[in-house]
Design a protein around this ligand. Sequence first.
Ligand SMILES: *Cc1c(COP(=O)(O)O)cnc(C)c1O
Length: 397
Amino acid sequence: MTDFSNTRQQFHLPEGLVYLDGNSLGPMPKTALAAAKRVIADEWGEMLIGGWNKADWMSLPMRLGEKIGRLIGAPAGSVTTGDTLSIKVYQALASALELNPGRKTVLSDNGNFPTDLYMAEGLLKSLGEDYRLKVVDPEAVADHFDDSVAVVMLTEVDYRTGRMHDMAAITRKAHDAGAVMIWDLAHSAGAVPVDLTAANADFAVGCTYKYLNGGPGAPAFIYVRPDLADRVRPALSGWLGHEAPFAFDLDYRPGAGVERMRVGTPPIIQMSILEAALEVWDGVDMADIRARSIELSQRFIELVEAGTDKAVLASPRDPQARGSQVSFRFSEGYAAMQALIASNVVGDFRAPDIMRFGFCPLYNSVEEVEQAAGILCEIVETGAWDRPEFRKRQAVT
Ligand SMILES: *Cc1c(COP(=O)(O)O)cnc(C)c1O
């Protein structure tokens, strides 16, 4: 059984703050500071260029991939890290399309995070007029599988509502229809159990600054199914994805397996912090995370619904159909969220009217959830949100 009092102690959380926004940016693991100091002072400072060998910076992207792989059901050597998620989406999609050369449609849904759709649009435009991005309702995705669909590209957990796709069932149907399947695990990795191997996913991508607590700007990850990894052509054929980067050949030859999805120089400082953050997961069982996450989210829904009918549940009521977040619609959601933050309860807001709360069993307790629900109800019921300072929009919501 995972010891959640132990995992909580491993995070720095400002005194008195109820942090329900780990789905956007995870809090700082205490070891991050020491890791940053080590990589900056001891490695960069003392070793300089020698750090690539002496501190083994070069294998860091794959070492991180191993640790992430355990949380998403990916076998050893099938995940690497680097760049941002937008870049990894582009890479996965470009390679996936080439696996299905006769078809020109990419199918996604309107619950996807916009950058995934933007990256697809950009790539398809470069590929030519006959390529097309088809965006349908999440519930209707499987109705659109036909022989024009080259790639199905979905985010498992909807960033706004937490609605969760059935990964195994959709992947099976996509394959039956002859399509290649890409899963974005941005709101899944570290949030819900994922088994890429059992689901037989072709590609998966995700970020590490949300539930994996790697810090702002932490690198993304990419998974390629092992039997495909030596076949796929990387569109972003950078030198560190080359078979022999230090041969400095003028011709590109892809590296072994998923290593070919590396692009350029890895962000070593950020990656070292992520490595420390991933240590928190040692001894953590994703089944325990899921059970506690459901307990927290159910308690929150129960208390908010008992306390107000002005905020309306936007997430699926069935916990099995939800990731690790709960959203409520409230017409003045932006101002209400600002009022909540002023009361030391941090969630976030997604336009037009969604108040979003993430539940992270590593550090969130039932007491915190109860406190947050109480304050939310009070703000919504009393109109405490209705003040100019709460209505003023900031750049990041
Ligand atoms: C958070 C998130 C992103 C962010 O992409 P970056 O390139 O890391 O900024 C992309 N896609 C999804 C589905 C996300 O949830």
